[in-house]
Design a protein around this ligand. Structure first.
Ligand SMILES: C[S@@+](CC[C@H](N)C(=O)[O-])C[C@H]1O[C@@H](n2cnc3c(N)ncnc32)[C@H](O)[C@@H]1O
Length: 333
């Protein structure tokens, strides 16, 4: 059920009463507007919900685990930590802190209070299951800001299945296969491609958590920039392709930079696209705004002679302060 989005919260001064009241209010509000059967979401997002820019609180729940991930751009003071712990204890939450930034990229979140989470656990998103791991390093297994796009991918698959017997989806830079899972559950045959074996194995566990037979889908450990031309050469075409690269990546000395190489990436994807297929292009790169990103997508379509509708996606409602994620869907006509 969709509820009214709560009004702005004034800056939280981190005393127990204020923080507890903001969190309690948002817990109720989120319950009203999140898709049903969703237990991982952003609870407080930046300035419009009382925190500093770039700071947020995320919740990862199941019936046994109640994990709170507090993310800040600067290390909080010991007083702020003390107050946050008090509130987390009140809600029986395991509180973790992640200090954002390049120098922390190899660190797992720090356990601050409550029961320490030592094993991966499952959360739900729109009824789908995903494994979360608080000991796996900087990222815990799912990017919550892509929730609506995972749902959109499922919708596009279901629509295409009305006119086609088999719908093939390629998920590149797949990480733990969030997009592949939503596509597979909607009935697609998926190919999940990532450079990291750890993430390919995690992807398979996510499939299994959703009772999807991994033998009916493809998992590839490899470089997207090498595989797209291979697929095109073999005329292996896909009805939908997800492109979600990191802003910078290096493999075997070859560098991928969003600002220099995204248009080539889209062009390569378009060469593997089935008629009337779609490409989802996504980036967190701060050097682009949405208009610039849209025009890169347009240019790539023009250079491949593809007529397309290009639509921008919005961030989910639990991200009212965020504009980091730019996503456009290219729908070939
Ligand atoms: C931003 S994450 C993608 C998030 C994912 N799309 C999601 O929604 O969960 C980037 C992923 O790209 C992978 N990666 C980086 N460079 C790559 C490359 N050249 N080819 C394939 N995967 C790559 C990383 O291992 C990482 O899993």
């Amino acid at each position: 059920m969709k509820g009214k989005f709560p009004s702005k919260i004034k800056s939280i001064s981190f005393d127990f009463k204020q923080l507890n009241s903001a969190i309690t209010q948002q817990l109720q509000a989120r319950a009203n507007f999140l898709p049903s059967n969703t237990t991982a979401y952003r609870l407080l997002d930046g300035p419009s919900e009382g925190l500093d820019r770039g700071s947020c609180l995320e919740v990862y729940n199941n019936t046994q685990t109640n994990a709170w991930l507090w993310q800040t751009s600067e290390a909080p003071t010991s007083l702020e930590i003390k107050q946050f712990i008090k509130v987390a204890n009140q809600h029986k939450a395991s509180l973790y802190l992640k200090t954002l930034g390049a120098k922390n990229l190899s660190k797992s979140p720090q356990h601050l209070s409550g029961v320490e989470i030592t094993k991966p656990f499952l959360v739900k998103e729109s009824g789908r299951s995903y494994w979360i791991d608080f000991a796996s390093g900087y990222s815990q297994g799912i990017f919550l800001d892509q929730r609506d796009n995972r749902n959109q991918v499922a919708t596009l698959v279901a629509e295409r299945l009305k006119s086609k017997e088999e719908v093939k989806i390629l998920n590149t830079f797949a990480y733990t296969a969030g997009f592949s899972v939503s596509a597979a559950l909607a009935g697609a045959t998926t190919t999940t491609l990532d450079l990291s074996n750890t993430y390919i194995e995690w992807s398979k566990r996510n499939f299994e958590a959703n009772n999807i037979n991994i033998n009916e889908h493809y998992f590839l450990k490899g470089d997207t920039l090498e595989w797209l031309p291979k697929f095109a050469k073999k005329e292996r075409l896909f009805d939908g392709i997800v492109l979600d690269p990191p802003s910078f990546s290096r493999n075997k000395g070859k560098v991928f930079k969003v600002q220099d190489h995204y248009s080539t990436l889209i062009e390569q994807a378009l060469l593997c696209l089935a008629p009337q297929g779609w490409v989802m292009c996504s980036t967190n790169y701060l050097g682009f705004n949405l208009q610039q990103f849209e025009s890169i997508a347009k240019k790539a379509c023009n250079s491949q002679g593809i007529r397309a509708d290009i639509t921008a996606a919005k961030l989910p409602e639990d991200f009212p302060s965020s504009n980091h994620l730019k996503v456009v869907f290219i729908q070939a006509l």
